[in-house]
Design a protein around this ligand. Structure first.
Ligand SMILES: Nc1ncnc2c1ncn2[C@@H]1O[C@H](COP(=O)(O)OP(=O)(O)OP(=O)(O)O)[C@@H](O)[C@H]1O
Ligand SMILES: [Mg+2]
Length: 495
């Protein structure tokens, strides 16, 4: 058997109030993709931050290429050949792609002349090896999520990494982009890299991983051969209990039309001539490739990029929505895909985030009533099973999936009549995912009209009453639940 390139033994790590890792051991061999799975808050990101030196373990040992580290920090880890792609990419938005790559690889002295041409050539070559065709002159801030990831991988290849750690790299990718990423990962694996792969999508584990290690509540539960282990077994190891049906969709009696768009356009957003409607009790799926304009339609409805042509009707009344404040007044809630943008404020406590969309609910005479705010937060912490020691914890300290749930809580707390969810279960574990799905059905039953954007076709097919498919800023077709299939959606998405 080949010697491991990296070995973690009995790692413990506590934060104020939380023991994130109690006893974790993990081993990575060269030339393998080793998946790391577990529920939201199980400790996956904490473990890899200890490997990359971003965090220091309280106890336990880390051995890299047979040498036990006495201490670790980001520069030590980098020198040892450890590269990481985090849950949230970390490029410098204002620099170009080539500059970002150069910054990670070169050690330029202030007086040294910069070879722009060579820099660009090198960037281009690395980007190609990372599976992308990105112009090195583009500003990093203008890149889509998958493009940013390609740049991160290019950085890793350029730094001659021997160990590549990826934390939910596929969370915001479509099936096709995932396939492209897997091609790159397989090539790197064949070159002998050891790769750690974190994902909540179990079908990806069997597609790419050789072995899989399961974490639960900060402990290693076991390691399995990824090609032989059954899905049910993985779920049970992760959750500690069997999970009910995957999509709990129920028939709900539909009410009046809650929201209707008639030939709506928004030039700034690139939305063209969109007509759709959603009734009370209905879940309308909005499908399409990344960049097809789904999020832009949501932002137009929510008043972020107001419509400049066409008509929007809320409960049958023609209305203008020039701002999010007006949308909220009309009972429209919007859980965005990028939770850092309009979702939640990471620096604020969970409780403050929950009341953020409408502070009037927890205010008295213009002051925020702490007691009421806490009560509201506790209710949603319980309802969405948000894993946090208290409502007063800074939201940024929660695990990625639990932050997503706080974003959901924030918008549920305004008790909307119309709810737009953009990738509501992205980065959420299997257990919580089915909870969010049942919650959606409960809300529909209570008369909410829901628009759900999702890149996951099984989720679209499993949860929607009707499916509107978008292509290039337009609706290319609307399918009923009965007639919809993966093939039909895909062909509309591509047409
Ligand atoms: N900086 C921090 N301060 C306080 N608690 C933290 C901090 N970072 C992580 N935690 C806590 O440690 C636990 C493990 O979090 P971690 O991010 O490792 O989970 P995860 O397995 O990556 O989850 P997810 O699938 O949601 O990304 C969680 O309970 C989290 O709230
Ligand atoms: Mg994580």
């Amino acid at each position: 058997m080949t010697a491991p390139v990296l070995e973690a033994r009995s790692i413990r790590k506590g934060f104020a109030g939380v023991q994130a890792l109690k006893d974790v051991s993990f081993e990575l061999r060269p030339g393998e993709v080793h998946a790391l799975i577990g529920e939201n808050g199980a400790g996956k990101s904490t473990l890899i931050k200890i490997m990359t030196g971003a965090l220091e373990a309280d106890s336990g040992t880390l051995t890299v290429f047979g040498k036990q580290l006495r201490r670790n920090d980001p520069s030590i880890a980098r020198a040892l050949g450890i590269a990481a792609i985090y849950q949230q990419p970390s490029l410098f938005e204002h620099l170009s792609v080539a500059e970002n790559i150069a910054w990670a690889l070169e050690t330029v002295r202030p007086w040294q002349k910069i070879h722009w041409k060579a820099r660009k050539r090198r960037a281009l070559e690395l980007l190609q090896r990372a599976g992308g065709t990105i112009d090195p002159d583009r500003v990093a801030g203008s890149l889509s999520m998958p493009e940013q990831q390609i740049v991160e991988i290019a950085k890793a290849i350029g730094s001659d990494a021997k160990i590549l750690i990826t934390d939910e790299p596929t969370a915001s990718l479509t099936d096709r982009e995932v396939e492209r990423l897997f091609v790159v990962l397989r090539t790197l694996r064949a070159q002998g890299l050891g790769i750690i792969f974190i994902s909540h999508r179990l079908e990806e584990i069997s597609a790419i991983a050789d072995r899989v290690t399961i974490l639960r509540d900060g402990e290693t539960i076991g390691t399995r051969n990824a090609r032989e282990v059954r899905r049910e077994e993985l779920i049970e190891l992760m959750v500690g209990r069997p999970i009910a049906s995957v999509f709990p969709k129920r028939e709900v009696a539909l009410g009046e039309t809650a929201l209707e768009l008639r030939n709506v356009s928004s030039r700034t957003a690139g939305v063209h001539d969109v007509s759709l409607s959603v009734r009370c009790g209905e879940i309308l799926g909005l499908a399409g490739l990344i960049g097809s304009g789904r999020t832009q339609v949501a932002e137009t409805i929510f008043g972020l990029t107001p419509a400049d042509a066409g008509e929007i009707l809320v409960r049958g009344k023609s209305i203008r929505i020039p701002s999010p404040a007006r949308a909220i007044q009309l009972g429209i809630g919007y859980v965005p895909e990028d939770r850092r943008e309009h979702g939640i404020i990471l620096e604020m406590p969970v409780a403050a985030n929950t009341s953020l969309a409408d502070v009037s609910r927890v205010s008295r005479w213009g002051w925020i009533d702490q007691g009421r705010e806490n009560e509201l937060a506790e209710r949603y912490i319980h309802r969405l099973r948000i894993k946090t020691p208290s409502a007063q914890i800074t939201t940024g300290a929660l695990s990625g999936g639990n932050q997503q749930k706080v974003a959901l809580a924030r918008w549920l707390a305004i008790e909307p009549k119309i709810l737009i969810l953009d990738e509501p279960t992205q980065g959420v574990d299997v257990g919580s995912k089915s909870e969010i799905h049942s919650l959606m059905v409960d809300l529909a039953e209570q008369g909410l009209a829901i628009i759900m954007i999702s890149s996951e076709l099984p989720e679209i097919l499993g949860m929607s009453d009707r499916i509107a498919v978008m292509h290039a800023g337009r609706i290319s077709g609307i399918l009923s639940r009965q007639e919809a299939t993966q093939q039909k959606i895909l062909s509309l998405a591509l047409s």
